[in-house]
Design a protein around this ligand. Structure first.
Ligand code: UD1
Ligand code: UDP
Length: 383
C-alpha cells in the first residue's frame, strides 16, 4: 500500500490510533480490525458511542472487546439531531483528554459521520472503513447516504470494500493514493465466527433455536430496520410474512430490531401466528448459525446482503435501492422493495426451486482487516 499518507501525519507525534463505533453492524465489522491490531501488538484505544446499547454489547462480548471509552449516548427512540449533538459533545471531551492522530470510523451511521466531524474539528486524521458505497439518493437509505458522503468528504484515507466503491470515490475526485480496496471486514467477522462454531462454540440462544424451530421445514429468516420503510413499508412487509405463513411447510423466524418504530408494528401484526417466531435480536454467533440454516432471507440489512453469499443463502432486499449492487448483479440478492406481492412471489420462487447461491462472495475474502492493519503498521513504522 502507498505510504504517501504518512506525509500528512504530524511527524513530531507517535501514531496514536482511536477506533470508534456505536451500532451493532459497525461493531461486527470493526471487531476483526481490533483483533488483528491486538495480534500485531499495535496499540490503539477503543471508543464506543453506544448509539446502540444491548445490540452493541452482544457484539463486544462475543469478540471480547472492552472499550476504553463508552459514551453511552443511546436514548429510547432517539432523534437524529439529539443523538448527533450528544456524540459531538462527548467526543470533544475525549479529544480534549487524549490526543489521537488517526481515528478509524465505519460505514454510514450517525456515529460514523459525527465522530468523523468531531475528529476533523480537532485536527485528527480520519480513516473510513467501508468507504465509497453510494446510491446517490440522499433519501434512500435515509440518513445513511448522506452520512457516508459526509464521512467520505472528511476522510483522509478510504478503505473500500469493492472496486466499484473505490471507483465511486475516484469519480468524486478523491486522490487515488488515498483509496485502498480491501474487501469488507464483515466477511472476516463471519469467518472468525464460523470457525468458532465449527470448533464447538455454542450458547443458550442456539440451543433454544434448535428446540423451538422445526428445521425439517423451509426456513425463512426476516430482519428489517430502515427508517425510510417505517409505516407503509413495514405494513407491507408484515402482509407478505402473513401470506408466506399460510404454508405450513414454512417456518418464519424474525429477530425483531429494538427500534420501537419496528417493534410496535411487527409485534402488533405478527404476534399470534404459530409458524412465525418473533424473537429478540440474536447475538452474532447465533444469528450466523441461523443464517446458515435459512433457505431464504428477507431483509433490508446491509451486512446481511454481504454475509449471505458466503453461506449460499439468497437474500430478498426489501429496499427500493441498494448500494450493494455487486450482489444483485451476481444474483446473490434480489431487490424486491416493500411491495408485498413481489416479496411473496420471489420468496416462493426461491423456496420452490431450492435456489441457493454458489458463487464467490463479491464483498470480500476474509482478509480485509489484515490489509487495513498492515497499512496502519506501515504507517506506524514510517513516522
Ligand atoms: C442504526 C443506524 C443504521 C444501521 C442500524 C443497524 C443511524 C441513523 N442508523 O439504526 O444506519 O443500519 O443502526 O441496526 O445511524 N435501540 C435499543 N437498543 C439497542 C439499539 C437500538 O433500544 O441496542 C432502540 C432505541 O430506542 C433507539 C432506537 O432503537 O433510540 C433507534 O436506534 P438508532 O441507532 O437511532 O437507529 P437504528 O434504527 O438502530
Ligand atoms: N445480526 C445479528 N443479530 C440479529 C440480526 C442481525 O447479529 O438478530 C447481524 C448480521 O449478521 C449483520 C449485522 O447484524 O452482520 C447487520 O446489522 P443491521 O441489519 O442491524 O445493520 P446494517 O447492516 O443494515 O447496517
Amino acid at each position: 500500500m502507498s505510504l504517501k499518507f504518512h506525509l500528512i501525519i504530524n511527524k513530531t507525534l507517535k501514531l496514536k490510533i482511536l477506533i470508534c463505533f456505536g451500532t451493532r453492524p459497525e461493531a461486527i465489522k470493526m471487531a476483526p480490525i481490533c483483533l488483528a491490531l491486538k495480534k500485531e501488538n499495535i496499540p490503539f484505544k477503543l471508543c464506543v458511542t453506544a448509539q446502540h446499547r444491548e445490540m452493541l454489547d452482544q457484539v463486544l462480548s462475543f469478540f471480547d472487546l472492552v472499550p476504553d471509552y463508552d459514551l453511552n449516548v443511546m436514548q429510547p427512540n432517539q432523534s437524529l439531531n439529539m443523538l448527533s449533538s450528544r456524540i459531538l459533545s462527548e467526543m470533544d471531551k475525549i479529544f480534549e483528554k487524549e490526543s489521537f492522530n488517526i481515528v478509524l470510523v465505519h460505514g454510514d451511521t450517525t456515529t460514523s459521520a459525527l465522530v468523523a466531524l468531531s475528529a476533523f474539528h480537532r485536527n485528527c486524521k480520519v480513516a473510513h472503513v467501508e468507504a465509497g458505497l453510494r446510491t446517490y439518493n440522499k433519501l434512500s437509505p435515509f440518513p445513511e447516504e448522506l452520512n457516508r458522503q459526509l464521512t467520505g468528504r472528511i476522510a483522509d484515507i478510504h478503505f473500500s470494500p469493492t472496486k466499484k466503491a473505490a471507483q465511486n470515490l475516484l469519480n468524486e475526485n478523491v486522490e487515488e493514493s488515498r483509496v485502498f480496496v480491501t474487501g469488507n471486514t464483515v466477511i472476516d467477522a463471519l469467518f472468525i465466527t464460523l470457525n468458532r462454531i465449527d470448533n464447538g462454540y455454542t450458547n443458550n440462544a442456539i440451543d433454544h433455536l434448535k428446540t423451538t424451530i422445526d428445521f425439517s421445514k423451509k426456513i425463512v429468516l426476516v430482519t428489517g430496520h430502515r427508517r425510510e420503510s417505517f409505516g407503509v413499508g413495514f405494513e407491507n412487509l408484515c402482509d407478505s410474512i402473513l401470506e408466506l405463513s399460510k404454508k405450513e411447510a414454512i417456518e418464519i423466524v424474525y429477530p425483531v430490531h429494538l427500534n420501537p418504530n419496528v417493534q410496535d408494528i411487527v409485534y402488533n401484526r405478527l404476534s399470534v401466528v404459530k409458524n412465525i417466531y418473533l424473537i429478540a435480536p440474536l447475538d452474532y454467533p447465533s444469528f450466523v448459525w441461523l443464517m446458515s440454516r435459512a433457505n431464504v432471507i428477507i431483509s433490508d440489512s446491509g451486512g446481511i446482503q454481504e454475509e449471505a453469499p458466503s453461506l449460499n443463502v439468497p437474500v430478498l432486499v426489501t429496499r427500493e435501492t441498494t448500494e450493494r449492487d455487486e450482489g444483485i448483479k451476481a444474483k446473490c440478492s434480489f431487490l424486491v422493495g416493500t411491495n408485498s406481492k413481489k416479496i411473496v412471489k420471489k420468496a416462493y420462487e426461491i423456496l420452490d426451486n431450492n435456489t441457493s447461491v454458489k458463487l464467490k462472495n463479491p464483498y470480500g475474502d476474509g482478509k480485509a482487516s489484515k490489509k487495513i492493519v498492515k497499512f496502519l503498521n506501515d504507517l506506524k513504522n514510517s513516522i
